[in-house]
Design a protein around this ligand. Structure first.
Ligand code: SAH
Length: 403
């Protein structure tokens, strides 16, 4: 084996790496023993020259090294095959019936900078780090061996690629030019487009929560349901199948509303679903204003709030919290006594404790007392490694209006 350039860390910087965090920032590095090429494998040592493992170097990124293994490994097809098979085993263990799911979730699966989503027999790849991008051919070979997919696409248009010195790149890497595809989520059919859809095609991280929330909907008699930020109707359709008399979905995207309407019809649930293109903030405001001396009559049994992340960074948190509070306050006003609010937050910068505090503040202002009946997290195909806090982002709660 050739000797690798060594990256020596400053004192005190090794513990995080030993604990399993794969990112080494520029500021943690004392020096390199010899120059390293961007994208090349390097060995990482602490300030006493003790081996910590190997990672991929990129001087252009804020993250100078992404660790791959605590021992010396060859970065070849066999390495990727082993890692991807290990990741797949986690999905098979925790989501045995799922046919569409995230196969590789980057850091969560010890492959920093690589995401692979499986949409039935089609795979969609995202490489957000130079080292992974350069090794696409090896990754493709490993994926073909494991899955024999109909096609492998790439959706590489994330802002983060710029910070790695990578340009956008979209298209078919292997196999057929598949755009439209129908995926199964908990037995419901979702016709989606892998080229035009959000992220790699669909938000897969709520797969388990769709059914969990639908199970709460099923506890009511002919319930009225409101799904805010409905996208293609993931929550709405599960709620309709669970027995909702009527589900109202709201999303500001006309495309999403058209998609959700079509998908509801394709599942035979169209008559019980109505999707409307509107800004949720405006819609909730309009729904909660009442003429003077009149009382607002709550009309929903279940309300779902699943907004996009309102925070790009920590500085945006106060504004985001005001946004979260407003939608919760208005949603609570629209909930019947005994109704359920199922609410989610996918912002890294707002943790579960802070999120719950905002909801309780809104409940105080709405003069409601809440009973927490469920807590939610991201589906197991987006594994959480507590030693890498960035792997945890989705949290949610279901609250009943107790009083
Ligand atoms: N609940 C969905 C995912 C929601 S993603 C699911 O499980 O699939 C967020 C959605 O919110 C996107 O579809 C986006 O179009 C929509 N959106 C973002 N801001 C909005 C706003 N202010 N009003 C209405 N919809 C909004």
């Amino acid at each position: 084996m050739q000797t690798l350039p060594s990256v020596l860390l400053r004192p005190g910087e090794a513990d995080r790496v030993v604990g399993g965090h794969p990112w080494i920032y520029h500021g943690s590095i004392h020096h390199l023993t010899q120059p390293a090429t961007d994208g090349a494998l390097v060995q990482v040592k602490d300030h006493r020259q003790r081996q910590l493992g190997v990672g991929i170097y990129n001087s252009k990124s804020k993250i100078n090294v992404r660790m791959l293994h605590h021992e010396r490994v060859e970065l070849n097809e066999a390495f990727f095959e082993e890692r991807i098979r290990a990741a797949l085993a986690v999905r098979h263990r925790h989501m045995p019936r799922a046919t569409s799911f995230r196969v590789v979730n980057a850091e969560s699966d010890f492959l920093s900078g690589l995401i692979v989503d499986k949409y039935e027999d089609v795979l969609v790849l995202q490489t957000s780090a130079l080292g992974m991008d350069q090794r696409k051919p090896m990754i493709l070979a490993a994926l073909k061996k494991i899955f024999s997919p109909r096609a492998i696409l790439e959706r590489n248009e994330m802002a983060s690629r710029k910070f790695e010195g990578l340009a956008d790149s979209n298209g078919v890497l292997d196999g057929e030019n598949v755009g439209d595809i129908t995926i199964q989520l908990n037995g419901l059919k979702f016709g989606i487009n892998l080229i035009e859809g959000h992220k790699t095609g669909y938000y897969l991280d709520q797969q388990v929560n769709y059914q969990a929330v639908a199970d709460l909907v099923a506890k009511y008699n002919n319930p009225q349901v409101l799904d805010c930020f409905s996208f293609l109707g993931g929550f709405a359709l599960h709620a309709a199948r669970a027995g909702a008399a009527k589900v109202q979905g709201i999303d500001q995207s006309e495309l999403a509303v058209a998609g959700a309407t079509r998908i509801a019809n394709e599942n035979g649930l169209g008559v019980r679903c109505a999707f409307e293109a509107a800004n949720v903030f405006d819609w909730l405001k309009a729904a909660t204003v009442v003429p003077p001396h009149e009382k607002l009559i709550p009309r929903f049994d279940v309300i779902i709030l699943d907004p996009p992340s309102f925070t790009r960074n920590r500085a945006a948190v106060p504004d985001a919290l005001r946004g979260y509070k407003e939608i919760h306050l208005r949603a609570l006003k629209l909930l019947k006594p005994g109704g359920t609010l199922a609410t989610f937050c996918c912002s890294h910068h707002v943790d579960a404790v802070l999120f719950e505090q905002v909801i309780l503040d809104a409940a105080f202002d709405a003069h409601k007392v809440l009973r927490r009946v469920a807590s939610y997290t991201q589906a197991p195909d987006h594994p959480i490694l507590p030693c890498i806090p960035e792997t945890e982002y989705l949290k949610g709660y279901a609250f009943e209006v107790a009083r």
